[in-house]
Unconditional design. Structure first.
Length: 276
C-alpha cells in the first residue's frame, strides 16, 4: 500500500481554492506474473489531475499615523520623542485577499539586512508581553494589518534615525486560514510556520527628538534675544562718543574762531555717522 498527499505548496503563488488530495495505491502481496509477448501483466491505472492556477501582482505599502484612530497620517518625516507612540498600518492593493505580517523589525539605516536590528514581531506574534510598548491591533484578518509601538532609540550617540521593515505573506480569503495563534495560555503555544518566501515592505526615516534641544530651548525661553544686547551695546557706544565729542566741541567753541568751530562740528557729524 502506498499513500501520499497533494496540497498547496507554501510559495508566493496564489491559488483560488485550498487544495488537499489524498491518494492510495493498493496491490496484492502475491502476483502470478507471465510473459505474454514480452509484456508485464501488472497494469497501473494512471490518472492526470490538472489544477488551475493564477498569478497576481500586489502592491504592499506601509504608512504611519499620529493617532490611534489611524486618521491623521504623517505626510513628512516624523520627529518623535521616546515617550511617543507610532501607529503603523500595512495594507495591500488589490484588497480581495488576506495579508499577514510574518515579522517586523527596525534598523538604524535604510538597509533591512543591517547587522544592528531590533525585532518586535516574530512568527506573526509580538515579541514580549508589554502592551505599553507594543500592541498588534490587527493581523491576518483582512487586507490590512495595524500595530502600535512606542518610539525607541538604538544605543549610541551616532544613531538618530529609525527605519521599520516587515515581511508579509498573502493568504487565501478563507476565514481563519491566515490568522496567527499568539496565545500564551497553558497548553497552547504559538503557531510556528515554515520558512517560506515573503516580501519586505519598509518605511523611514523616523527622526528622534533629542532631549538636549528641548532643555536648551527651555533654559533660554525667558532670556532676551542676542540682537537686543548687540543693539544696546552699540547705542551705549554712540552715547559715549557723543558725550566725549560734545565736551570737545564746547571747549573748541571758546578757543577757536567761527570757521574752526564749523570744521569741528563737521568732524563731529562725520564721527557720529560712522558710529551709527
Amino acid at each position: 500500500m502506498f499513500i501520499n498527499n497533494i496540497h498547496n505548496n507554501n510559495s508566493d503563488v496564489i491559488t483560488r481554492t485550498y487544495i488537499n488530495i489524498t491518494f492510495v495505491c493498493r496491490y496484492p502481496i502475491n502476483y502470478m506474473v507471465k510473459q505474454t509477448n514480452g509484456k508485464n501483466m501488472i497494469n497501473v491505472d494512471i490518472r492526470t489531475i490538472t489544477l488551475s492556477t493564477e498569478d497576481g501582482n500586489f502592491s504592499v505599502s506601509m504608512m504611519l499615523y499620529k493617532d490611534e484612530g489611524f486618521e491623521d497620517k504623517w505626510t513628512d518625516v516624523p520627529f518623535l520623542a521616546l515617550e511617543d507612540n507610532i501607529y503603523v498600518q500595512v495594507y495591500m492593493v488589490p484588497a480581495h485577499l488576506i495579508m499577514r505580517l510574518e515579522s517586523c523589525w527596525a534598523t538604524p539605516t535604510n538597509d533591512p539586512y543591517s547587522n544592528i536590528q531590533y525585532t518586535f514581531i516574530r512568527d506573526s506574534c509580538p515579541e514580549g508581553t508589554n502592551e505599553q510598548t507594543l500592541v498588534v491591533i490587527k493581523n491576518g484578518e483582512g487586507s490590512e494589518a495595524m500595530f502600535r509601538i512606542q518610539m525607541f532609540k538604538f544605543v549610541g550617540d551616532s544613531y538618530k534615525d529609525v527605519f521599520l521593515h516587515c515581511n508579509v505573506q498573502i493568504c487565501h480569503n478563507t476565514v481563519g486560514v491566515c490568522q496567527p495563534n499568539c496565545s500564551e495560555e497553558e497548553g497552547m503555544t504559538r503557531t510556528k510556520r515554515d520558512i517560506v518566501p515573503s516580501h519586505t515592505v519598509s518605511y523611514g526615516p523616523i527622526r528622534r527628538q533629542t532631549s538636549s534641544k528641548g532643555k536648551a530651548g527651555q533654559s533660554t525661553a525667558h532670556l532676551p534675544p542676542v540682537e537686543t544686547f548687540v543693539l544696546g551695546g552699540l547705542l551705549l557706544v554712540v552715547l559715549l562718543l557723543t558725550g566725549v565729542f560734545g565736551k570737545l566741541w564746547v571747549r573748541s567753541r571758546g578757543q577757536y574762531p567761527t570757521m574752526q568751530a564749523q570744521l569741528t562740528l563737521s568732524n563731529i557729524h562725520h564721527h557720529s555717522e560712522v558710529a551709527s
